[in-house]
Design a protein around this ligand. Structure first.
Ligand code: S3P
Length: 197
């Protein structure tokens, strides 16, 4: 399954929760890019510009999809701009992997991104003003809406969103995930799953 959506949609948090619940491997495309490039996303933007980042993103996605076997139990979170690039959308379509669009109001997405920047120091090169954030969201929405289905995330916890995705795709919980969605509260990310995004 591939999770798409704008910055702040919860692709990584929901992807991780889904991975544990289903017993599937979770992967974040941005992390693969950083490993391959030996640089952080914001450093790639700074040193090679957005076009350099998009090239690295495309190469990483191609590599990742080539590793997917039919029926592979994997969840992949794409960065907010990945699916918007035509050549990437084509690759995803050819791989026949179900796509899920995680969405929220643009005000809510902005609030989450600002909060992550302030509290966790998350650096997003495209997080500048609210006006350009909104323009980018509006321009990208038609691309995201080509996903198999759209999952609303506003006002929901990570666990609720993950259960709704599981139900919508008709998937079953693995033996490994049988403690339920994030009930153990072992670490901060798990505790967050009981909170709204
Ligand atoms: C981007 C979103 C980021 C990251 C890069 C570009 C975008 O990922 O890939 O900064 O174009 O929206 P997140 O959606 O995980 O923030």
């Amino acid at each position: 399954m591939i999770l798409i959506g704008f910055m702040g949609a919860g692709k990584s948090s929901v992807g991780r929760a889904l991975g544990e619940y289903l017993g599937w491997t979770f992967e974040d495309l941005d992390q693969r890019i950083e490993r391959r490039e030996r640089r952080k996303v914001h450093e790639i933007f700074r040193d090679s510009g957005e076009s350099g980042f998009r090239r690295a993103e495309h190469a990483a996605l191609k590599e990742l999809l080539s590793e997917l076997r039919a029926g592979a139990e994997r969840i992949v979170a794409l960065g907010g701009g990945a699916f918007v690039q035509k050549q990437n959308a084509r690759l995803v379509k050819a791989a026949s992997v179900p796509t899920v669009f995680l969405d929220a109001s643009v005000e809510e997405l902005w609030r989450r991104c600002r909060q992550q920047a302030d509290q966790q120091g998350t650096e997003r090169p495209l997080l500048t003003s609210f006006t350009s954030f909104r323009e980018l969201y509006d321009a990208r929405w038609p691309h995201y809406s080509k996903a198999l289905f759209r999952q609303e995330t506003s006002g929901k916890t990570v666990n609720e969103i993950a259960s709704e995705v599981v139900a919508a795709l008709g998937l079953r919980q693995s033996r490994l995930g049988q403690s339920g969605l994030g009930q153990s509260g072992l670490d901060q990310s798990r505790q967050r799953r009981g909170e709204k995004l």
